[in-house]
Write a protein that binds this ligand. Structure first.
Ligand SMILES: [Zn+2]
Length: 305
């Protein structure tokens, strides 16, 4: 083969490679676009299905590969937790319009971190949006709830569950649901997130928290590998240990990066974990809807160091 033929062959090959590359990227951005356009108008029924489907899936898995063999009546235990899940859903549903209004405002006015950054491919935009929302709407909110006394008393309701399982995920006092909502709203505003990404984030966040609380035993190695990217079940259980300093660790919701970055990541062997808060040991109160609704208004008590 002569030199010119090789040149021709080379340029043909290059052109083919470039075309192949372009097509892949067009495909990636098309599928990203369709994901976002689905979440832009995700029906309430699909969101409810995700909530109920997630709990059902993890509930079934808890039967097959339990982390702890709790001596409890699963439905009796689930009752207050499902009540607080329902109040969380109602609060978020009633206030959803504010999230939409704020998000639309940032898009129209080119406001917020995402809009101030140089332009980037859609996938990077989505990843960054979800990451930053996870930081402000979940990690930061959760961190502050542990450090400010009256907020801790509200968040306490989430921690006084003596049998952490997937139903614990949204065991939030209505006041906590409002606090978390306010942080998410502030996050959407300051980050400048389109509503499609907000809804994608909320859906991922829901499933992540159900997984983190699920009473399931993954192989230790797999759990550890997962914990480099997301909040794995073992990682979040450390946060539910009954004394400090473990209570004040592993605040993350979807991604573990924030705990690793800010030095709040801790490890504790799964066998050593005891659930609850040692200064609030009343099992009856901790399992009653009425008792839990009133719990934030008791005198401040810090877990023992
Ligand atoms: Zn907490």
């Amino acid at each position: 083969m002569g030199a010119t033929e090789i040149q021709v062959l080379n340029s043909l090959l290059q052109r083919w490679l470039v075309k192949e590359f372009d097509e892949k990227w067009i495909f990636v951005s098309l599928s990203m676009e369709s994901i976002i356009s689905y979440f832009e108008t995700i029906p309430s029924s699909h969101r409810s299905l995700l909530l109920v489907g997630g709990i059902t899936l993890f509930w079934i898995l808890e039967g097959f590969v339990p982390l702890f063999k709790f001596d409890y009546k699963k439905w009796r235990h689930a009752l207050p937790n499902l009540f607080f899940t329902l109040t969380t859903v109602i609060i978020n549903f009633l206030l959803a319009f504010l999230l939409l209004k704020t998000s639309d405002w940032t898009v129209v006015n080119d406001f917020g971190i995402l809009n101030w950054l140089p332009s980037m491919p859609l996938w990077a935009y989505i990843v960054l949006g979800v990451l930053l929302l996870d930081f402000i709407g979940a990690y930061l909110a959760h961190y502050i709830e542990h450090k400010v006394k009256p907020l801790w008393m509200i968040h306490l309701v989430h921690h006084t569950d003596h049998n952490v399982d997937t139903t614990t995920a949204n065991r939030h006092h209505p006041l906590e649901s409002m606090i978390r909502y306010a942080f998410t709203l502030f996050g959407v505003f300051i980050i400048g997130v389109p509503i499609g990404i907000v809804m994608l984030y909320q859906s991922l966040s829901l499933v992540a928290t159900q997984l983190g609380h699920a009473n399931i035993r993954l192989p230790k190695k797999i759990d550890e590998v997962l914990s480099y990217v997301i909040v794995s079940p073992d990682m979040h259980k450390v946060h539910h240990h009954y004394v400090l300093p473990y209570t004040d660790s592993n605040y993350g919701n979807i991604f573990s990066i924030w705990d690793r970055l800010f030095g709040t990541f801790m490890k504790l062997d799964r066998e050593a974990i005891v659930y609850g808060v040692d200064t609030f040991p009343d099992v009856l109160e901790n399992g009653s809807i009425k008792g839990l609704l009133k719990q934030p208004f008791q005198k401040y008590r810090k877990p023992t160091q």
